[in-house]
Design a protein around this ligand. Structure first.
Ligand code: NI
Ligand code: MN
Length: 228
């Protein structure tokens, strides 16, 4: 069974693997670039990287409609339980992993912040390493460049998803350095072109990836798909 990823714009992804549907950071109804609405997506699991609005906005409505399990930093999953009535959650923290029915999920470091929309403390921001039956995906999520990405790369990354928007996360130039550290087989950009302050030229980025790294760039439009 192959794994298929769909970019829902910004930092949002839907992953179909082994008959399971996983959402990452669903920001749909208020995203200018999402091709879908929160009412229309399915999920068995929802991974949440940190507490910012553009990552948590549609988590509770989707979780409460579908019964999906929310997987997030302990503080964020507890907030969904207490403030939004989400019934199924897994709270974790940096460096921790859990075996779920579709594969192993590890929460990786991210250098960012994580306050929740109501001002609640959201713990540490993270990324996700997904070891699936047919490959390994690293979602850096919202982060600056950091040297420990080299350690994450030791897992053998088939697909890395990196932010390139700049301003709130690393930008295109630092993403090239990140690719050199991670050494993924393929790399996809995210967290850009949602709003003018994070507009980027993804084709120029892809040219730079090809010129400076061994990785194959995969540039999608929102709604576009990658088969692992
Ligand atoms: Ni953020
Ligand atoms: Mn963000």
């Amino acid at each position: 069974m192959t794994t298929e990823l769909t970019w829902l714009g910004h930092g949002s992804w839907s992953i179909e693997t082994n008959g399971h549907t996983i959402l990452l950071d669903p920001f749909l109804n208020e995203s200018p670039t999402s091709p879908v609405k929160a009412e229309d997506v399915q999920a068995d699991y929802i991974l949440v990287s940190h507490g910012h609005f553009d990552h948590v906005a549609d988590v509770a409505p989707v979780a409460n409609r579908t019964g999906a399990t929310v997987v997030a930093a302990f503080e964020v999953s507890a907030w969904f339980e207490s403030q939004h009535g989400v019934k199924n959650t897994v709270g974790m923290n940096l460096g921790g992993g859990i075996d779920l029915p579709f594969g192993r999920v590890t929460m990786t470091l991210a250098h960012h912040s994580s306050q929740l929309p109501d001002g609640s403390y959201g713990g540490n921001p993270g990324g996700f390493l997904l070891k699936l039956t047919d490959g390994t995906i690293y979602f850096a999520c919202d982060t600056a460049l950091f040297l420990d990405m080299q350690l994450i790369g030791k897992a053998g990354i088939d697909l890395a998803v990196l932010p390139i928007g700049d301003l709130f996360t690393m930008g295109p130039a630092d993403s090239i350095e990140a690719i050199k550290l991670i050494q993924p087989r393929r790399v996809a950009p995210a967290h850009y072109n949602t709003w003018p302050p994070i507009a980027q030229d993804s084709e120029a980025w892809a040219d730079s990836v090809r010129a400076n790294t061994e990785a194959e760039p995969v540039v999608l439009d929102p709604g576009g798909k990658i088969t692992l």
